[in-house]
Design a protein around this ligand. Structure first.
Ligand code: CTP
Length: 478
């Protein structure tokens, strides 16, 4: 939805907060505008509480007076070094800044900033849809100042820079990521010249910190249809700079007339499937990386054709390096993504032939609480265009899921703790820590997972005694 006329726009601004902003600006005699993302989101009916205000004059002075006029409940923060201030009031966060002109140095994202006019301020913004301003002074309250046709671009669904895109992107290369991010979030198209400039300036991404890149990349991944963003990143050459492991999957080789599938586009389909099923950020990362091991594992086997043996394990090993390089968290979230990449072939392998209890128990044991996410990933991984094949797989997965529920109810394997632990084994045989204990524990775990021993204490103890015998250990009797 785009607001059609100025009357509608004024209506949206008819709130006590904007009335107070207007009054304060007039009292100080300062031209004052709401700008940027707030205006964009207001026009597309995506109301937010983050309001950016530009003042032709001192943003800090305006913020001080505005906070004072609101009285108790308003919280003012001043950032003198940046010449900005923030007022928090109820849900709203209003940022104040003086209109500025910026010039950039080629080797840094940090601009040289000078006072400027509203037009200077609009010129330095990233996209036409982010460069609109609405006047807050009483005489022109609600007037839209849109020098670059941002409203039309918003209506037409277009991302375009206000100035020459080479300048806009070279000034601040993070904007290239923002460009693709907005296009993905809003389902807009990137205007041709703007798109071409992405490719020309891709190298400049080097001067942007990994943390900032990842914020944008994660927003792309969290969009409703993330593949749109990845296609643009790839086509423009940006992906090669960020995630070359992924762009390397865009290849189809032929041997003896047989092709393998394009694993880049397959990966994007899986990612979209996961997004469509409501998968969260880290599950989406697992989808994005689930096949990265395929480049290294690809082989032509005359008997079978193209194979990607162990690509899941190779991929799992690649994940930490990728996380480290991209400044992604190296904590449980890394572990989770690694685990899902490593395990993503298991459900399909056990669904291939007869689904045995023992295979399902082992899967439950290895996946633990992430079993549902793993199953979702595996179902999303079925991108076959052959409807019969696809239905077959889905049917098999349904069976695996049913078995998972049954076995979990029966054996409670999900958070498996062996019913006889190391301490009890040491006491039982009156032994100190040694290799035999590990051996007995592994044998017990395997026996339970294979269904030879029930997951309960007495049966497990009997097994441990028997296993001890084979190792020359006898229980002490007292
Ligand atoms: N901006 C810019 N270049 C950047 C970052 C921001 O020109 N690299 C300008 C844009 O006009 C933008 C405004 O600063 O609209 C506010 O930026 P920000 O709060 O980061 O983004 P929003 O546009 O508000 O969007 P979102 O909240 O979705 O990040």
């Amino acid at each position: 939805m785009i607001l059609n006329d100025i009357a509608q726009l004024r209506q949206q601004l008819d709130t006590p907060l904007f009335a107070q902003l207007s009054q304060t600006a007039d009292e100080l005699g300062l031209p004052c505008y709401v700008v940027g993302g707030y205006v964009r989101d207001l026009l597309i009916g995506r109301a937010t509480n983050d309001i950016d205000v530009v003042v032709v004059g001192s943003g800090i002075e305006m913020a001080r007076h505005f906070a004072a006029s609101l009285g108790r409940g308003a919280h003012l923060s001043v950032f003198k070094n940046f010449g900005t201030a923030q007022v928090k009031y109820r849900e709203a966060e209003v940022e104040f800044v003086g209109a500025r002109r910026e010039s950039y140095n080629r080797n840094s994202r940090k601009p040289i900033v000078e006072d400027g006019t509203l037009q200077d301020d609009q010129n330095r913004r990233d996209f036409t849809i982010n460069a609109m301003a609405i006047c807050l002074n009483k005489d022109h309250f609600g007037d839209l100042l849109d020098p670059f046709g941002g409203l039309d671009d918003l209506k037409d669904g277009i991302i375009r820079t206000p100035l020459d895109p080479d300048i806009t992107f070279s000034d601040d290369p993070l904007r290239m990521m923002r460009c693709v991010r907005f296009a993905t979030q809003l389902r807009f198209l990137i205007e041709e010249e703007t798109f071409e400039a992405l490719g020309r300036n891709a190298d400049r991404l080097q001067i942007v910190s990994g943390e900032r890149i990842i914020v944008e990349l994660n927003k792309i991944i969290e969009s409703p249809q993330p593949s749109r963003g990845f296609v643009e990143l790839h086509r423009s050459g940006l992906l090669e700079k960020i995630l070359p492991e992924l762009s390397a999957l865009d290849i189809v080789e032929t041997c003896h007339g047989r092709k393998h599938k394009n694993n880049f586009y397959h990966t994007l389909e899986v990612l979209d499937n996961v997004a469509e099923r409501g998968g969260e950020l880290w599950l989406r990362w697992a989808a994005l990386l689930h096949d990265v091991g395929k480049t290294k594992s690809k082989r032509w086997d005359p008997a079978i054709g193209w194979t990607f043996h162990n690509h899941n394990f190779i991929g799992e090993k690649m994940v930490p390096g990728i996380f480290k390089r991209l400044k992604l968290p190296l904590d449980d979230r890394l572990k989770y993504v690694k685990k899902l990449v490593g395990l993503h072939m298991r459900p399909i392998a056990i669904a291939d032939d007869e689904v045995t209890d023992s295979a399902v128990r082992r899967l439950l044991f290895d996946a633990g609480d992430d079993i549902d996410d793993l199953m979702l990933l595996c179902e999303a991984d079925i991108t076959s265009k052959n409807e019969v094949r696809k239905q077959n797989f889905l049917q098999n997965f349904k069976m695996v899921r049913e078995k998972l529920v049954m076995i979990e109810e029966k054996d409670r394997i999900r958070n498996f703790q062996p019913p006889v632990d190391g301490t009890e084994i040491m006491k039982l045989f009156n032994i100190q820590p040694c290799r035999a204990i590990g051996e007995i524990k592994t044998a017990l775990k395997d026996a339970i997972l294979d269904g030879q021993v029930p997951n309960e204490h007495d049966a497990a103890l009997a097994f441990v005694i028997e296993k001890g015998h084979t190792l020359g250990l006898n229980p002490v009797t007292d």
